[in-house]
Design a protein around this ligand. Structure first.
Ligand code: NAP
Length: 332
């Protein structure tokens, strides 16, 4: 079968379309034929190397943390999954940068990382929403759940995670302010949960947010990191929450802890989706909640583009340049 490997860290050119052998699944594993693979910004971080990866890497590495597909065969000890079932996964246990391997046509997976898929959600939708939706889920359930009337600020609100989170906050009754990188993204974000948008590359998002929410916002949800996080202290109301969940612009610089007290006794979170819903039953419930939001029309899953898996380099270039809105999927 075919896979995308990297033999070194670097730009998109290190992604290689290659032949690999797949052994039979181990007793507790299931073999899944992928039908749609989710591309996540973390794939770019693992590809380029750097701040996430702590130990020595063993190449070749297969990127990717999530996919949807169909069960092809099951290991001898697997009793609760059947050949032919539609399934998906977002992470396979452990830290996301250590447990990659989704950029392949078929894969053996621990049976307990799988979730069952409903008939009314397509494989592409699932690949576009599972990991990103579980990230929105850890934020809403574990960090800060907006109450009706709360104002919240979401950075990069047209992004994969940002657009799901904005719609969820809107469904909960919050007033959603979203920062975006272009007028086209502003239009996209306003159609997906944002009441107000700020062009943060041309306008000062602190002044604009203060104008829209003079008492400060209840929470900031930030996947941009370096360019936005520390300045976001100035838009949160006293005892409000600052949530950094990602670093699309680079890691958040160090800041003194006392800043939290100086800016209004703020609460700080740095979630990772893998710690949330990390048993079979809690994972299935968290995913079922996402599917229900989609079913009710409260969460539209936008697929910006579906690239053939062998063109993963092209997909990486688009995401890395910030050209995409919503999600990108790879089709094996
Ligand atoms: N904690 C977790 O468990 C978790 C899970 C999933 C994702 N994440 C992280 O969350 C972040 C967002 O993920 P996503 O899936 O929403 O990403 P995405 O759809 O690729 O969107 C990233 C957006 O960030 C903005 N951005 C700002 N500075 C950028 C820069 N220097 N380079 C590229 N983009 C930049 C761009 O939007 P504008 O043009 O609007 O500025 C871009 O479209 C990533 O850092 C990702 O690793 C974390």
């Amino acid at each position: 079968m075919k896979a995308i490997h990297i033999h070194a860290n670097g730009g998109p050119e290190v992604l290689e379309w290659t032949d690999v052998d797949l052994p039979a699944p181990r007793p507790t594993e299931v073999r899944v034929r992928h039908t749609a693979i989710g591309l996540n910004f973390s794939d770019i971080n693992v590809r380029s190397g750097g701040f996430y990866v702590t130990g020595a890497l063993t190449f070749p590495i297969t990127l990717g943390n999530e996919a949807a597909g169909v069960i092809e065969s099951v290991g001898a000890d697997v009793t609760d999954w059947r050949v032919g079932e539609r399934v998906a996964y977002a992470g396979t246990g452990g830290l996301f940068f250590e447990n990659t391997g989704a950029y392949v046509q078929q894969r053996n997976l621990p049976a307990d990382c799988l979730v069952r898929l409903p008939n009314d959600i397509s494989d592409r939708q699932v690949a576009a929403m599972l990991l990103k939706g579980l990230t929105a889920s850890v934020i809403v359930h574990r960090c800060y759940r907006p109450s009706p009337g709360d104002a919240v600020l979401i950075h990069a609100a047209a992004s994969g995670v940002g657009s799901l989170l904005a719609q969820w906050c809107h469904a909960l009754g919050a007033t959603v302010i979203g920062t975006v990188g272009s007028a086209a993204k502003a239009e996209f974000a306003r159609a997906r949960g944002c009441d107000h948008t700020i062009l943060y590359r041309q306008d000062d998002f602190v002044a604009e947010t203060r104008r829209l929410a003079p008492d400060g916002v209840a929470a900031v949800f930030d996947g941009v990191g370096k360019d936005t996080f520390v300045r976001s202290f100035d838009v949160v109301r006293p005892f409000g929450a600052l949530v950094n969940y990602g670093n699309a612009s680079g890691p958040v610089p160090a800041f003194p802890l006392v800043l939290l007290a100086q800016k209004g006794c703020l609460v700080l979170h740095r979630p990772g989706f893998g710690w949330h819903a990390n048993t079979s039953s809690t994972r299935q419930s968290a995913c079922d909640e996402l599917f229900e939001l989609v079913r009710r029309g409260q969460m539209k899953v936008e697929i910006f583009a579906a690239f053939p898996l062998q063109d993963a380099a092209e997909a990486h270039r688009a995401v890395e340049a910030g050209r995409t809105t919503g999600s990108v999927v790879l089709i094996p």
